[in-house]
Design a binder for this molecule. Structure first.
Ligand code: GLY
Length: 570
């Protein structure tokens, strides 16, 4: 079928069902194809649940909400009720783009010095391993808000929760990412009896392949939300249990913090890249701002001529990344607390100035850009899914518990795993968080403040219609992963799967190292080193869920860096 269509596309004039040139007869890696609707996610059961909603007449928002709740059951290391995230929505009929911020919020009792030890040094144990790191969760309020405001109206919240309830009650097979991630989380989960009881067997071993993970308490919590709405999570019994778990682990959350949590509808950040319109997430995520800043810088370089995966292209992109991440550390934070020079950071003129400082020949040491000390990398465990429907609506959603399985603490009797998102604050100016990111006073912890994120759910529009819907997990590597996806599609004419397969690279200013995935040629690495790039090879970067839409044909790519990801469509 593919071969037939490919030949047709090469020999016949363009037809509605012909394959576009990015896959017709030239592509080595083929995306999933659909015309009526598509969901791409990091776990296949949840992706199929979203697709089923689309088939039953739901729109992209309905499908995103159902997938979001299902991932809390099937991908518990990152899908969640006890975390938070960001959603970018394109509504076709109204030709409107919306950013929904349902990021976790610091409890009212949090102060700027909350993560310091007695000597005034940052104490990572406080932000990563105690209840102090838990932000008031935003996911339940955010997903419910999205359905209420932008859903088709054909599905109640209970309808969209029903598949997740069933999965939690009946159990999900322990395979793919769940089987891969549970053994790595044994220590973090094993610290809490409430978590051990769900995720580990009586002998302390994690559930494994051939077994089922049953989450009865989570099913009951989801059922309460289905009958009582988000209030059933943020007030009453569930809220009390969450507050008591957080406080029992040394945190400061109160019932009032839960009761007053609200998602925030924000204006998207917008930019253009070589005639395509970029629509992405504004602060308190840094993702959209720096994606656009980076694309603005790249417009000054002939990226399509220097070509994909070459030292010249990677060098220029790495130099741009350093500059953007230096800006991130200085300027970005919760916009409700800090004035961010947004229009400057997004302006083409500012990018022109930054671009003029980049040498094609020589890497600029990060220390020349700033004097803060380098810091190490650590793991990332967020998740992203993309949805498109046949009406032209699209949703890009990224949400997280921060670490894999968050703090590792299930609030007793709720089945809800709690986040450690407040580690994304700058505990002290210049002290790195778990991703090695430094920040200044702007991103200091504060009461009811939202920690700075890197999540970059993004929709690219062409002639006002969604052309790319994308995003990724990966902490700071989210921004650079999304950048490379967009550049590969627009500059190099790759299809979504080719772009997904391409080896990735990442520079975040500090530490001063250019991390590259295996697969980049040794010649390229040598050339990069000759330019002064401190290349470090290894690890994987990001995990995209991308839908590319050309002439109504949806082409999906789920990342092969993790098992069990899926792009499904009809
Ligand atoms: N917790 C990772 C991020 O929000 O960027």
């Amino acid at each position: 079928m593919v071969v037939f269509l490919a030949l047709t596309a090469l020999t016949a004039p363009a037809r509605a069902d012909a394959l576009p040139p990015i896959i017709a007869g030239v592509a080595r890696n083929l995306p999933v194809l659909a015309r009526n609707g598509m969901v791409v996610a990091q776990e296949k059961i949840a992706a199929r649940i979203g697709l089923d909603i689309l088939k039953r007449g739901g729109n992209a928002v309905d499908a995103a909400v159902a997938t979001g709740f299902a991932l809390a059951v099937t991908l518990p290391r990152a899908g969640n009720l006890g975390g938070g995230g960001f959603m970018v929505v394109h509504l076709a009929k109204e030709n409107r783009d919306i950013a929904l911020d349902y990021r976790e919020t610091a409890p009212a009792a949090v102060t700027a010095d909350v993560f310091l030890d007695a000597s005034g040094a940052a104490d990572p144990k406080k932000s990563r391993d105690s209840g102090l790191g838990v932000g008031t969760p935003g996911t339940v309020a955010g997903l419910a808000y999205a359905r209420e405001k932008w859903g088709s109206g054909r599905f109640s919240l209970a309808d969209l929760l029903a598949p997740a309830i069933r999965l939690a009650r009946d159990g999900v097979p322990v395979e793919d990412d769940l089987a891969d991630s549970l053994p790595q989380a044994v220590r973090r989960l094993g610290r809490f009896a409430s978590s051990r009881a769900i995720f580990l067997k009586p002998d302390g071993a994690p559930f494994g392949p051939g077994e089922k993970l049953v989450q009865s308490d989570l099913a009951a919590t989801l059922e309460r939300i289905a009958s009582g709405g988000p209030k059933a999570f943020y007030e009453d019994e569930t809220a009390q249990k969450i507050v008591s778990a957080v406080r029992g682990a040394g945190g400061l959350m109160t019932a009032e913090d839960m009761k007053t949590y609200a998602p925030v509808e924000r204006s998207v950040v917008r930019g253009t890249y070589r005639g395509h319109e970029i629509v992405s997430m504004p602060p308190p995520s840094s993702g959209g701002v720096h994606l656009i800043e980076l694309l603005n810088i790249l417009e000054h370089f002939p990226i399509s001529e220097t070509g994909p995966q070459t030292a010249a292209t990677i060098h220029v992109m790495a130099e741009a990344m350093k500059l953007a991440f230096a800006d991130r550390a200085e300027w970005l934070a919760d916009p409700d607390f800090v004035k961010i020079p947004l229009s400057g950071l997004l302006s083409k003129k500012y990018a022109a100035k930054l671009a003029s400082e980049i040498s094609m020949e020589k890497a600029r040491p990060s220390a020349e850009i700033s004097h803060v000390d380098p810091a190490p990398y650590e793991g990332d465990q967020t998740t992203h899914f993309s949805v498109a429907d046949r009406e032209g609506n699209a949703v890009a959603n990224t949400y997280t518990l921060n670490f894999s399985y968050g703090l590792g603490l299930v609030a007793e009797g709720t089945g809800v795993l709690l986040n450690n998102e407040l580690d994304d604050f700058a505990a002290k100016p210049g002290s790195p968080n778990a991703f090695g990111l430094v920040g200044g006073k702007a991103n200091a912890p504060g009461p009811r403040k939202r920690p700075l994120s890197s999540m970059t759910p993004t929709i690219v529009l062409k002639d006002g219609k969604p052309e790319i819907v994308t995003g990724s997990p990966g902490g700071p590597r989210i921004i650079t992963t999304v950048l490379e996806q967009i550049s590969d599609l627009i500059d190099h004419g790759m299809n979504a799967t080719e772009a997904m397969e391409a080896p990735r690279f990442h520079h975040q200013w500090l530490p001063d190292e250019l991390r590259v995935e295996r697969g980049l040629s040794l010649d390229t690495i040598r050339l990069l080193r000759e330019k002064g790039q401190n290349v470090v090879v290894g690890g994987t970067l990001g995990s995209v869920a991308t839908i590319q839409i050309l002439d109504g044909l949806m082409m999906g790519a789920s990342d092969s860096r993790q098992r069990g990801t899926a792009g499904v469509g009809w």
